[in-house]
Design a protein. Structure first.
Length: 83
């Protein structure tokens, strides 16, 4: 019985180490992703509140990535940066 408990503790320790590594990676980027209660994809770390869109909305937005970058470049002098 002690062996089972010891194995459980080792498995839990390994799980926690993996979770800790994953958290370190997301905190290094400053952004994290979660599935919201309603099934949307929430991006945390951009501002005070998460940005949450449904899957098809994210896919549409990602398809426009080049257009968004071009718009930012074109309108650079008018756009503000958060400092």
């Amino acid at each position: 019985m002690v062996t089972d408990n010891s194995e459980d503790i080792k498995a839990e320790l390994e799980r926690l180490r993996a979770e800790n590594q994953a958290l370190k990676k997301t905190s290094a980027k400053g952004l994290s992703l979660k599935v919201s209660e309603k099934g949307g994809l929430s991006v945390y770390g951009l501002g005070r509140f998460p940005v949450t869109l449904y899957k098809e909305q994210w896919l549409k937005l990602l398809e426009m990535a080049d257009d968004i970058r071009a718009f930012i470049t074109t309108n650079d002098s008018s756009l503000k940066t958060k400092g």
